[in-house]
Design a protein around this ligand. Structure first.
Ligand SMILES: Nc1ncnc2c1ncn2[C@@H]1O[C@H](COP(=O)(O)OP(=O)(O)O)[C@@H](O)[C@H]1O
Ligand SMILES: O=C(OP(=O)(O)O)[C@H](O)COP(=O)(O)O
Length: 396
């Protein structure tokens, strides 16, 4: 892989894929800018060389065209402060405005374009769309580790429009891979993985691979309810992927066969609606009443999870344990974050992945007390299971 340090960007226009899929509040303000900050060294290297940058990213998962809440324009002022210079807005990636502003960029200038996923061709990996993106620059830089597991037009396909020497991996991509490799190759035991969050269908398949690597696998967050149903439980209106129940049942069996301690939450903090001021109660995870939903670990589970974590020597965490964005459902995530900080202080190596997990750790004040915060969730997990990431493979 060509790296930024071996490339001189003077007079070049870099079309740079970043992962600026940052969490926003309802007023479209950024609540955690880790992903933006982590890509800044790459942007500054290009600008300081005397190059210019066209920034490409997705934000969230828009379905069917442009929507204000998914527009990258919300990031513009933040980026101007981050880079200490004007950042131009070019609108839609396929617009004439974008093409004209990109062509007119001068050394040291930055252009931000709108959400790639406003075009279905992005996720389809459409070659014609990829070629249109490639025409925006003279060199391709990929620093989007968080999206490196997607074979999309901007993460994988557009690289082939550039000569091999003009496909460059950014600093963040490189350091993420170096770090994940270190954990894979030297995992001290007990090795504990903690999985949670909401992207169940994406991440449930990864569990099978992790069972070959870890001693303990703790499953919390929205993912836990699919497992509770697999155990014959009732989960009310909790997050559930019904078509993954059989797979969850097989995974429980596989963990037994392999001697892995797969721990599911015994109890949940349940709510009668998806709101911070909902009525709450505590229920066994396998008997949540109709009309109620599990939004956080219950008191027994958070203690049990924390105990296992504190005894671990290598820790991999992806996905919050509850809807931590609402303060009344953040305790499970906080317990896990604190236990990881304690284990790290006692000598464990801790690796936290995912946009929301990273945000939770920072927000709760444990950012400096863990070994490494990765900007990738799914990407990190897929790398850890030994898969080649399309975004990395495309760089050659
Ligand atoms: N029990 C739950 N019910 C619904 N959503 C949940 C639950 N637990 C966690 N979540 C949500 O999961 C989201 C994060 O999931 P995910 O994207 O998979 O994690 P990451 O970004 O860390 O990889 C958060 O917005 C959180 O509110
Ligand atoms: O947030 C992301 O992944 P993550 O939730 O696994 O951390 C990336 O931006 C990828 O987004 P996607 O899972 O919608 O392709």
């Amino acid at each position: 892989m060509n790296t930024l340090d071996t490339y001189n960007f003077a007079g070049k226009r870099a079309v740079m894929r970043v992962d600026f899929n940052v969490p926003l509040d309802k007023d479209l303000h950024i609540t955690d800018d880790t992903r933006i900050r982590m890509a800044t060294p790459s942007v500054m290297k290009i600008l300081n060389d005397g190059g210019s940058v066209v920034l490409l990213s997705h934000l969230g998962r828009p379905k069917g065209g442009a929507e204000k809440k998914f527009s990258l324009e919300s990031l513009l002022l933040h980026l101007q402060k981050e880079y200490g210079r004007d950042v131009q807005w070019g609108g839609d990636v396929l617009s004439d405005e974008a093409a004209q502003k990109a062509a007119a960029l001068q050394p040291g200038q930055v252009l931000l374009l709108d959400n790639l996923r406003f075009h279905k061709e992005e996720e389809a990996g459409d070659p014609a769309f990829a070629a249109q993106l490639a025409a925006l620059g003279t060199v391709y830089v990929n620093d989007a580790f968080g999206t490196a597991h997607r074979a999309h037009a901007s993460t994988a396909v557009m690289a082939s429009s550039f000569a091999p020497q003009d496909r460059v991996g950014g600093y963040l991509l490189q350091s993420e891979i170096d770090n994940a490799k270190k954990v894979l190759e030297h995992a001290d035991r007990p090795f504990t993985a903690i999985m949670g969050g909401a992207k169940i269908s994406d991440k449930i398949l990864i569990i099978e691979k992790l069972l070959d690597k870890v001693d303990n696998l703790l499953i919390g967050g929205g993912m836990a309810y699919t497992f509770a149903v697999a155990q014959g439980g009732h989960v009310g209106s909790s997050l559930l992927e019904a078509d993954k129940v059989d797979l969850a049942r097989q995974l429980i069996q596989k963990a037994k066969d392999k001697g892995v301690n797969l721990m599911l939450p015994a109890d949940s903090l349940i709510a009668d609606r998806f709101a911070n001021d909902a009525n709450v109660d505590i229920a066994a995870n396998t008997s949540i009443p109709d009309g109620w939903m599990g939004l956080d670990l219950g008191p027994d589970s958070r203690e049990a999870f924390a105990d296992v974590i504190r005894d671990s020597k290598t820790i991999l965490w992806n996905g919050p344990m509850g809807v931590f964005e609402m303060s009344n459902f953040s305790l499970g995530t906080e317990y896990v974050a604190r236990a990881i900080a304690e284990a790290t202080a006692a000598g464990a190596y801790s690796l936290i992945g995912g946009g929301d997990s990273a945000a939770a750790v920072q927000q709760m004040g444990f950012g400096e007390q863990v070994s490494y915060i990765s900007t990738g969730g799914g990407a990190l997990l897929e790398y850890m299971e030994g898969k080649e990431l399309p975004g990395v493979a495309a760089l050659g």
